[in-house]
Design a protein around this ligand. Structure first.
Ligand code: 5CA
Length: 437
């Protein structure tokens, strides 16, 4: 991607309306553009990151045995009347009337719709367990949308739903997602702590929020620093191993961690003072076990093994996919800009041609660009070096290949690692080998 042809609009000035660093950097690096309050267009760089985050979420869901579907954004009010949530949901729900005066809504979540779909097919206990998810835009008419995509009105969510024959089986499904979430956030390079949580309008008793510690977070959290020593990837627990998964879950949840709503002073006092950590956090995921809250009123039932009628047990599992992009920036930036982790960077490499028109510089840059046709941004603009350095640091690609006339004459490239600032002068071959490693 040549910068002279790209749509990567960076801003020099800090937008006044942006209060937190991720929002400022998302606007300045040209990732998003606000189109209405709390509603954003994703520009090329932002869209590439969002797709990478989505793909990691998807892979970990599939690995845990969930199956992807895609449900519509627009739902009928009738379904929500069946669960009793249509009136309860209040002003956060965007209600729409179609030309036939039918009441519709822009989905804030999909419990009703998935229950409706599943009840149309499930007839027997053999149809259980099942876990279905989708990655789809949601709309919640938040009173105070703020902090960019961190708390938007329209946002991308991964929402999954499990159906099980018994309460025990559904608790196993819950634990499968619990582990899948820890693995997902770890792959994204984020330390997310699971905390006992309030269930709000989704309902149920068993619920965990996954919170990333960050000063700009909206939730106050209390947790035991034992979490910092835990290696989720290191656990070899299999998703189908009921006992191992249960003891893993017991082990993790026995460590104290709670949001302020669920904070228990007595239990907190039992945590050694040196291990107590209190701070602000960003909720990037939330899982719920709510039994028959939707299946019962919506008439979902199957024939059990003894011919009896069974109402399936359900849970739902959300990840704020678009919010994760902002959370990733909160966790990976410095005063100059974003430091994208390799796994989600929009492009792997920025190529900085410090003297466009110099034959050796141009030739070397073209070779670098040709080596990464879809994974490099080539700054071929006739700008000063200072402008190029600033933009490359702002956009935050993990690698920068800096090509100046003196080095280029000797066939050398300077390779800079954005995250650490480490620099190394290398031959083209060695630079390519390093970038491919
Ligand atoms: N149906 C359940 C789980 S599928 C549900 O809707 N849960 S939720 O309300 O907790 O939302 C799931 C996740 O979406 C949250 O953990 C959060 O990361 C993200 N989210 C919620 N509201 C917003 C918002 N206004 N802007 C951005 N992300 C949001």
């Amino acid at each position: 991607m040549r910068l002279t042809r790209a749509f990567l609009p960076t801003l020099k000035e800090t937008p006044a309306e942006a209060q937190i660093v991720s929002h400022r950097l998302m606007l300045r690096a040209g990732l998003i553009r606000q189109t209405s309050a709390g509603i954003y267009a994703w520009l090329p760089a932002g869209w590439r990151v969002l797709q990478k985050v989505t793909q990691i979420v998807r892979e970990e869901q599939n690995r845990a045995g969930a199956q992807e579907v895609l449900m519509p954004t627009i739902q009928s009010a009738e379904l929500w009347r069946q669960s009793g949530r249509y009136e309860d949901y209040g002003k956060e729900m965007l209600r729409i009337t179609d030309r036939h005066e039918r009441e519709m809504l822009y989905g804030p979540t999909n419990e009703e719709m998935i229950t409706d779909i599943f009840r149309s097919y499930a007839t027997s206990y053999r149809d259980l367990p099942r876990n279905l998810y989708h990655i789809q835009w949601k709309f919640r008419d938040e009173v105070r949308p703020r902090f960019g995509v961190m708390r938007g009105r329209e946002f991308l969510m991964k929402d999954g739903y499990s159906f099980d024959l018994t309460k025990e089986a559904s608790e196993h499904s819950y634990r499968q997602m619990f582990l899948a979430y820890l693995r997902t956030f770890q792959r994204l390079g984020l330390k997310a702590v699971p905390m006992r949580a309030d269930t709000g309008p989704i309902g149920g008793k068993l619920s965990h929020e996954f919170i990333i510690l960050a000063e700009t977070g909206e939730s106050t959290v209390f947790y035991d620093t034992k979490f910092d020593e835990f290696d989720w990837a290191g656990t070899e627990v299999g998703y189908d191993d009921v006992e191992a998964l249960n003891s893993f879950f017991e082990q993790v949840t026995s460590m104290y961690a709670a949001t302020d709503e669920m904070h228990d002073e007595a239990a907190w006092a039992a945590v050694p003072a040196a291990s107590q950590r209190e701070g602000k956090g960003i909720e990037v995921g939330h899982i719920f076990h709510f039994g028959t809250k939707y299946s019962e009123p919506m008439g979902l039932s199957v024939a059990g093994p003894d011919g009896n009628t069974v109402v399936p047990q359900m849970g739902s599992y959300g990840i704020g996919v678009s919010r994760l992009v902002a959370a990733l920036i909160e966790a990976n930036h410095d005063e100059n800009g974003i430091k994208w982790p390799d796994a989600v960077a929009p492009w792997k490499l920025s190529i900085l041609n410090l003297k466009v028109g110099d034959a050796a510089c141009d030739a070397l840059c073209e070779k670098l660009h040709a080596a990464f046709p879809d994974d490099a941004v080539y700054d071929d603009r006739g700008e000063r070096a200072g402008v190029k350095f600033a933009d490359a640091d702002l956009m935050g690609m993990p690698w920068q290949a800096i090509v100046g006339p003196r080095g280029a004459a000797a066939g050398k490239v300077e390779l800079k690692r954005r995250a650490t600032g480490e620099r190394e002068e290398l031959s083209l071959e060695d630079a390519l080998a390093k970038l491919r490693a």
